[in-house]
Design a protein around this ligand. Sequence first.
Ligand code: ZN
Length: 416
Amino acid sequence: MTKSHIESVLTQLDGSPTPRHLVAHISHQLRAAKFVDFSKTAVAAANSGFVATAGSIVAWRSGKQTAKHGFRIVGAHTDSPGLRIKPNPDDRKHGFKTLQVEIYGGPLLNSWLDRDLGIAGHVVLRSGEIKLFCSNTAVARISQLAIHLDREVNERGLILDKQLHLSPAWATNDKALNFIDWVAKQSKAVPREIVQIEAQLFDTNKAALIGTDSSLLASGRLDNQASCWASISALLESSTGAATQVVALFDHEEVGSQSATGAAGPLLEHTLEQIAASQNISRVGFIETLKKSSCISADNAHAVHHNYPERHDLANAPIINHGPALKINSNQRYATSAQSAAIFVAACNSAKVKHQLFVSRNNMPCGTTIGPITATRLGIDTVDVGVPQLSMHSAREVCGVHDLISLQLALKAYFK
Ligand code: ZN
C-alpha cells in the first residue's frame, strides 16, 4: 500500500462519522476528478458522473461499448451500527446532563463504553437546507460500572439494559447548553430554524495503523467504509474501458436495506437506466445490457479470531492479510454463485493478488449483505467479497492493511 493510499483511507475514516459525511467526502473527491454532479439535475451524457442522495451515492465512468459489454458494478454500504441521539434527548441524572440514545443496527454495545465520544449528524432547516455538523472534540461518555459495584462482571459477562445503561453523560454544569442549542451552535444555525436533527455518537480516537509492522488498520466504521474506500479509489484510478464502471454505495444496510436510499430501493436501477438513456440505449436495450453486466458486492468478512478459532469453519476461514475473501452461502445470504465467483477470481488473478474463502459454520449463521438484494433487483450475476476483519460491529474494528489494498487492486482489475 502506498503512503498516499494510507493517507486517503485514514482521511476518509476520520472525516466520515456518518453516512452523509462519507457521501459529502466522496462527492468532493469525485468533483475534483471532474465527475459531473447529477444529484440535482437529470443525468445527461458525460464521461463520468455521480448522483448523491442523502447517505447513498452512485458514481460511474461511461464505457465505450456499454450496450455490448454492460455495466461493471461494485456495491458497498455507507452505514455502520451505533448509537443515534433520540428526539427530545435532554435529561438530568445525579449531577450529570445526559442524552437519550436509540440503537441503530446491531452494535457490540460494550464497545461504546469508556470511550471519548463525539457527536455528528445533520440538521434540516425550515428553508429545506441541510447542514452537516461534527464536534471537533469529545463531548460525551458512557461510563462502565466500577468492578467493585459489579463483582461478577468478568465471570458472568457484561449485561447492559438497552434503555437504562447507554445514556451518555455530556455535562455536569446545569447551565450547559441543551441538545438543540448545542447542535445549532455546531451547525451555525438559528435554533428556531431547525426542523429536525439526525445525530449519532462516534469514537473520537483517530483511525490508525497498528502492530509493530503497521499491518493492521484500526478504526470505527471499517464495516463498511473500508469497502467504500476500495471501490471509489479503484474507480478514480481507472480509465475508460469498454463497459461502464459503476460504484453504488448504499445507506441502511445494517437495518435491512428497505428504504428510499437503501439497496432494496430503486436508486441503482434508476441511475443505471438513466446512464443507459444518456448513451442512447433504449429501455429494451437497457434490459439486454443488464444481462451482460455483473456486480461485486464488497462488505467485510469475519477473519479467524486468534483466541476463538472454534467459532470458524477452519477449512474456509480467512486469515488477516492473506487476501480478500470470497463469501459463499448456499442459502443465498451471500449472492455468490460458482459462476459469479469466477468473476472475482479472474479479477484477483489479473491483479496478482491472493484471495481466500469464507463459509460460516452451520451452527453459526452468517449475516447478509447488499449482494443478494442487488442480484434480486437487477437479475445480474453478483459475487459477495470482503476484507477479513475482527471485532465486526464494534465501535473500533480492525482489518489487515494488505487485504484492503489487495481488494482495491482486484476492483481496479475488474473495472479494466
Ligand atoms: Zn457490512
